[in-house]
Design a protein around this ligand. Structure first.
Ligand SMILES: [Zn+2]
Ligand SMILES: [Zn+2]
Length: 77
């Protein structure tokens, strides 16, 4: 008799990074419905991203996390 692991009942956890329950913008300090976020925990709302756009990105395709220096793609959250 083999017992199946609980993986059947638990939702598949794909990827190393899950969406946070809430978004707190690191720049304006306000809770937001959506933030661009980095696995290191940095988040920035779209308004602040716009204000700092050319400080965050050099090509408009990816943005660089100021905390860990990782690059994140737009629209690939
Ligand atoms: Zn903000
Ligand atoms: Zn980061």
């Amino acid at each position: 008799m083999t017992q199946k692991s609980d993986s059947a009942s638990a939702p598949a956890r794909k990827g190393r990074w899950r969406r946070p329950d809430k978004y707190l913008c690191a720049t304006c300090g306000e809770e937001q419905l959506f933030c661009w976020s980095c696995p290191c925990g940095f988040m920035i709302c779209s308004h602040c991203m716009e204000e700092n756009f050319w400080g965050m990105t050099c090509n408009g395709i990816v943005w660089t996390c100021p905390d860990c220096g990782d690059t994140r793609g737009f629209g690939n959250q």
